[in-house]
Design a protein around this ligand. Structure first.
Ligand SMILES: [Zn+2]
Length: 270
């Protein structure tokens, strides 16, 4: 963890100092070494949040794009007694989880259900094959009427299978811990895979990392996703995803959805 409590204040790890865990209140010790980034650790290898993963430089960079009081935000479910630390929770209640390691599908679903208003930010640089596959798959994306919005017939050709049926947006970051790439390098953008499908196609939104950070900070991201998920044609879109298995040509003749002023609108294909 980046933060622990000392005399009631949240502080970062300082060599030789002991403090209290923000979740369980037990003693944590500062780990300040050369291999891992400075952090607080429970004694032994135990951690009170089973969802916690060891942090990397990549995590810290993302966390630090948000204000310190939003980072490592403890959330309690009074009904079940569950406690978890969200990587970031904004003033608008948006939880961001920065995921570097592999995660079991069941745990992914549990976290989505616990945090509800959330987005995953996935480190697409962890596996060497992921970025080349993405670049290859990206050549088949179709533009929509809105800049940066694409329809993707075969998202499995672009993204790891684990994330394809997520119930919340998944934002892929292929830059890893590299310094910012040259202008024009596609890794300066992040790629947001939306939940659900439009017809049979996935929706991917491309924006720069800075744009994402800005709209996550100022609350526009929540409005934006809400608009997409709860737009007037959402239920129709859901129905379209039911498996009737028409041929590809038949599917191409079906109506499509285009974005107009941030809303999905049904249009007949010509
Ligand atoms: Zn603890």
């Amino acid at each position: 963890m980046k933060f622990a409590l000392l005399n009631g204040s949240r502080i970062e790890a300082i060599k030789g100092v002991n403090a209290q865990c923000t979740i369980c209140g037990s003693n944590v010790i500062a780990k300040c070494g050369k291999i891992r980034i400075d952090h607080w650790a429970h004694k032994g290898e135990r951690n009170c949040d089973p969802w916690w993963e060891p942090e990397t430089e990549w995590h810290r960079r993302w966390k630090n794009a948000f204000s310190a009081e939003w980072q490592e935000y403890a959330l309690f479910d009074e009904r079940t007694g569950e406690k978890h630390i969200a990587d970031v929770r904004t003033a608008d209640g948006l939880v961001l989880e920065f995921q570097h390691s592999a995660i079991a599908p069941k745990e992914r679903t549990s976290r989505e259900q616990f945090y509800k208003s959330m987005a995953w930010i996935v480190d697409g640089s962890r596996l060497k094959r992921d970025h080349p596959r993405f670049l290859k798959g990206q050549s088949n994306w179709r533009k929509t009427g809105k800049v940066g919005f694409y329809l993707v017939s075969f998202p499995e050709d672009c993204f790891p299978a684990l994330w394809l049926d997520s119930a919340v947006p998944v934002v892929f970051d292929f830059l890893g811990t590299d310094l910012l790439a040259n202008p024009g390098d596609l890794r300066n953008s992040v790629y947001c895979l939306f939940p659900g499908r439009v017809g049979r196609e996935a929706v991917v939104v491309v924006m720069t990392r800075e744009q994402f950070i800005t709209i996550a900070n100022n609350g526009d991201w929540i409005k934006w996703v809400d608009n997409f998920m709860n737009g007037p044609s959402h239920s129709e879109r859901e129905q379209q995803t039911q498996p009737s298995q028409p041929s590809l040509n038949a599917r191409r003749r079906e109506s499509q959805y285009i974005l107009e002023r941030g809303r999905w609108v049904k249009r007949r294909r010509l």
